[in-house]
Structures are given as structure tokens and as C-alpha cells.
Design a protein. Structure first.
Length: 346
């Protein structure tokens, strides 16, 4: 395994992060335990969860993924071996079953305290805001929704002051953002600096070979402001494994069970790009999944690459990407496809 540190901290994390959003829905608790056991044995010390998980979110399964991880900690005693990240859900109809009012002080306090109980821990290594409390272009929205965006942005100072209290108490080691824009990220960073508050160390946004919009502004913010990308959906919800090519819908696959999660990645441009990337991978004797993940692993603005799997064989393949170094020739071939079909998935 390869390791780095969360920016501006001494927290050592694996370049591969274990995603967990299927546990409690597509994956049983036993399968989740097996994944955590295997990942930890391979040197993956960074786990990412959220109070929202598993997804699709609903009142019946709300926060079950955190409970599963908490029970694994209780069973194994491995809490001190894991860098644990979780998130508070943003507002909206999708989370109406969780709470109302967005990121205000009391909601943040309630969310932190409940996550601590479910995870059976007295501290969180990284605590993140899952998505902005205002209208932004994320989750498949390509352009800024200026007609419907909320007029008021989040109360950045109140949010940071609340989180800073937890940082000072040692309950939270570092804070992070997710699904943010360059403006939102800079607003948090500037507010933190101006008031001497804990600065966001990471930002968890989607990034894959067919969705590289992070490079339009956010990558510069990452590198110049030292806020590391935790890349999620690096396989574009499995589309970059190639398993959905030629109209295939494998039994039990996420895209088969929940088509809306892959819809944004299934346009003609995306599928054509995936075909071309698959040919490059085959030429190099690696799988498309391995190449897609290895591409992200080597980017200078990436702190960790969040992988997720429903099957142990997929997890093994994904973790193996850390051992693959793409040649300059291969990277040029990937860039040639990207130049012809830039960011086909929103």
C-alpha cells in the first residue's frame, strides 16, 4: 500500500480508501465485515462512511452502515487501526427523513453525537459536510442551476465555529467538504483563516476518467490551498469496469438494481469513451477497473481514492490498482481519448 497524509495534519492515510455505501443494503453485515477485514490486511487504513448510508437512502435503513462499522469495531477492537471519516447529510427532500434546517449549530451537534454513538467511538478522524446547503451543480447536474439555486449560501462562520469546538476538544481530528465548488471551497478556507478556525483538509468530490470536471478550477484550489481531493465514484458507479457495455445489465449489479445511479454515466459519449479506454487497458494487460483507478492514484491533487465494491473479488481488483504504474505512453493514450471525448458524464 502507498500512504500520504491528510493535508495540514499528521494523519497518515492509505492512497486507497474503503467506501461503504452499499453496506446494509446490497451488502450484508457479514460481507461488510469481510471487506473491512480484507482491506485492513492489505494496508487500507482509511474508511469513509456517512450518516446517510446505505444508499439509496430511506428511513428504514438510515445510518445502518455506521452501525455496522461500530459493531465491527466492537468485535475486532480495530478502531485505533482505522482512520475513520463520516459526513453530515445536507438538506433537501432526499434527506427529509433525517432532519430539517440544514447545517446549523444544533443540527451539526446532533449529527456528530449520533454518529459517535452508532460508530461506537469517542472520536472521528475526519468529519465532512456531505453536500452544500445551497443549489450547486453536482450529482449529475452539469451547469450551475442559477434559476433554482437558493438565494442564501450556508452560514459558513457558524458551521466552522461549531466544528472547531469539536476539533479543540479532540473529538474531531480534521474537517472536510464534499460535492463543493471552487467558490464554496474558497469561502470556507477564507472564513477559517480569517477567524483562526480549523481549516478544511479535504474535499470529497466525484472524479473519474469520464468525469474530470474537478480539473476545471478545483484542482488548482487543491494544489494551491493544500486541500486534498478524496475522489469518489472513480469507476463511475461501475461503468468504468466495462460491465455495462453493449447493453449488458449484470444480475445484482448496482446499475441493474438502481438504474438512476448510473444514468449520468451512460450517455453515448461516455460509452464510446469507455470502449476506447477498455482497449487501452487490454493492450497493457490490465483490467479497465485497474487502469481507471491507477490513473487517479497518480494525480498530484488526490489525497485518497475511494473505492467501493459489492463483491470481494471486485474489492481485490480495486485495491490491486495501487501496484500499477501507468507508463507515459499509456497516459498519452488516455489523454488522446479525453481530448476527443472530454468529460462526457456530468
Amino acid at each position: 500500500m502507498k500512504y500520504t497524509t491528510l493535508p495540514n495534519t499528521d494523519i497518515k492515510v492509505s492512497k486507497i480508501c474503503l467506501g461503504t455505501m452499499t453496506w446494509g443494503n446490497q451488502n450484508t453485515e457479514e460481507e461488510a465485515f469481510e471487506q473491512m477485514d480484507y482491506a485492513l490486511a492489505q494496508g487500507v487504513n482509511f474508511f469513509d462512511v456517512a450518516e446517510l448510508y446505505p444508499v439509496p437512502a430511506n428511513p428504514k435503513t438510515y445510518a445502518e452502515t455506521e452501525r455496522i462499522i461500530g459493531r465491527w469495531f466492537q468485535k475486532t477492537g480495530n478502531r485505533d487501526k482505522v482512520v475513520l471519516a463520516t459526513k453530515i447529510a445536507g438538506g433537501g427532500d432526499y434527506t427529509a427523513h433525517i432532519r430539517k434546517g440544514g447545517f446549523n449549530k444544533q443540527n451539526i451537534i446532533d449529527a456528530v453525537e449520533e454518529s459517535l454513538k452508532r460508530l461506537q467511538t469517542d472520536y472521528l478522524d475526519l468529519y465532512q459536510l456531505h453536500w452544500p446547503d445551497r443549489g450547486v451543480n453536482c450529482f449529475g447536474v452539469r451547469d450551475y442551476p442559477y434559476k433554482t439555486a437558493a438565494r442564501e449560501a450556508e452560514k459558513h462562520l457558524e458551521i466552522l465555529e461549531t466544528l472547531d469546538d469539536y476539533v479543540k476538544a479532540g473529538t474531531i481530528k480534521a474537517i472536510g467538504l464534499s460535492n463543493e465548488t471552487p467558490w464554496g471551497t474558497m469561502k470556507y478556507l477564507q472564513t477559517a483563516d480569517a477567524h483562526n478556525l480549523a481549516r478544511p483538509a479535504t474535499i470529497q468530490n466525484s472524479y473519474s476518467m469520464i468525469h474530470r470536471a474537478y480539473e476545471y478550477g478545483m484542482s488548482e484550489v487543491s494544489m494551491r490551498e493544500n486541500i486534498g481531493l478524496l475522489a469518489y465514484s472513480p469507476l463511475a458507479q461501475g461503468v468504468l469496469s466495462g460491465k455495462y457495455l453493449n447493453g449488458n445489465l449484470p444480475e445484482g449489479a448496482r446499475g441493474t438494481l438502481f438504474p438512476r445511479f448510473i444514468a449520468r454515466y451512460m450517455g453515448d459519449g461516455s460509452l464510446e469513451a469507455v470502449k476506447r479506454y477498455e482497449a487501452i487497458a487490454k493492450k497493457n494487460g490490465i483490467t479497465l477497473s485497474e487502469m481507471s483507478l491507477a490513473f487517479i492514484n497518480q494525480l498530484p491533487f488526490v489525497t485518497s481514492n475511494i473505492i467501493g465494491a459489492t463483491k470481494l473479488c471486485q474489492l481485490k481488483e480495486n485495491i490491486n490498482s495501487i501496484h500499477i504504474n501507468l507508463s507515459e505512453e499509456t497516459l498519452k493514450e488516455i489523454e488522446a481519448v479525453h481530448k476527443e471525448i472530454p468529460n462526457p458524464a456530468p
